[in-house]
Design a binder for this molecule. Sequence first.
Ligand SMILES: C[S@@+](CC[C@H](N)C(=O)[O-])C[C@H]1O[C@@H](n2cnc3c(N)ncnc32)[C@H](O)[C@@H]1O
Ligand code: SF4
Length: 375
Amino acid sequence: MKERIGLYNHIPFCQKKCHYCDFLTFVDMEDKMDEYIDYLVKEMALYHGRYQLDTIYFGGGTPSYLAAEQMAKIMESISKHFEILPDCEISIEMNPESVTKEKVETYLKYGFNRFSMGVQSFDNATLRMMGRLHDRQKVYEKVALLKELGVEKLGIDLMFGNPKQDMAVLKHDIELAMQLPINHISYYSLMIKENTPFQRWVLTGQMRVLDDEIERKMYHYIQSELAKHGFHQYEISNFAKGEVESRHNKKYWQLENYLGLGLGASSNIDLVRFVNHRRFADYYGMIDQGKFPIQISERLSVEDREKEYIMLNLRLLEGFAFQAINQRFQINFLEKYQDVLTKHKKLGLIDYDHERIWFTEKGLDMGNQFYLDII
Ligand SMILES: C[S@@+](CC[C@H](N)C(=O)[O-])C[C@H]1O[C@@H](n2cnc3c(N)ncnc32)[C@H](O)[C@@H]1O
Ligand code: SF4
């Protein structure tokens, strides 16, 4: 029988690199995109007939930067080499300037049903400082277009903690976000990544990072404002209104099986975690030889998986059920981790009842302490 998994497709191209971003993505490669798609299709052929898909996810980079025909080619190939289940969740990450009517019509034709757009902020000065190509107006236009074409599950990505995005900007960002017809928000705290302009500006003193206290204050403000507007938080950075939680991302947190295709994509199938080559030449070279373009592969012990299961699942606000972990790993969770659980319940980081365990608000902020004790 075919195994049921989620499929991730990495699209490593952007029109412009944002000043804070270190994702595996390249600019000025428009003329190389067809070649990449040819290889992505060849990689799919290596997995022919093995899997059923209940989620498909296009991430990047900027998947919406691909032309409509390029995306159509990828989807045709997915249907050829995998079995797409009838209720499959198909998600795409987009950024505002690259969304067009023709592309959205193509997405809908191929069954895409979850759309998320990188907005980051509604403040034009902040957007310029981030190196974004769009302004607030462009977001409004593209959200209107997506709704006009019948998109139902629509989310945006926002960021906070950027020094230009002070409390006043943050408040305004939330106010404007709440006026949009969206039902999902990923709200990320800015991370200063290596070898980015942001890191350079921090090192040279041109940019000052927010202190932790203000950053946490902002996070709590986001949590309470979004809750007031009917967005329930289901993960550290994710909020949904209604049944629009990302099923695909939940697979990552719940340690379910997923296959990542494309440059640098990572996979997790049963006890094996593997990551594709990160350089085009290596990725293409392996596929040319008819081999899986895998650079790193590690088989985890069941004990490692168990600890990973605990840590990832606690990112979810609902935590996890004892029955689930006991069945999966053949343990008695409460007995095995009794000392750590007693200590951290006293410290107020975790809470549990007779069925489940979850992080308290304090635990969501300071979970590392608990993780260290689990390991
Ligand atoms: C791969 S991007 C996909 C969206 C699309 N490329 C765009 O930027 O509009 C996913 C999201 O990660 C977040 N992100 C990227 N770099 C980050 C950083 N350094 N710190 C926090 N969040 C970041 C942004 O909110 C971004 O929208
Ligand atoms: S944030 Fe999105 S658009 Fe900007 S460089 Fe990263 S992946 Fe590309």
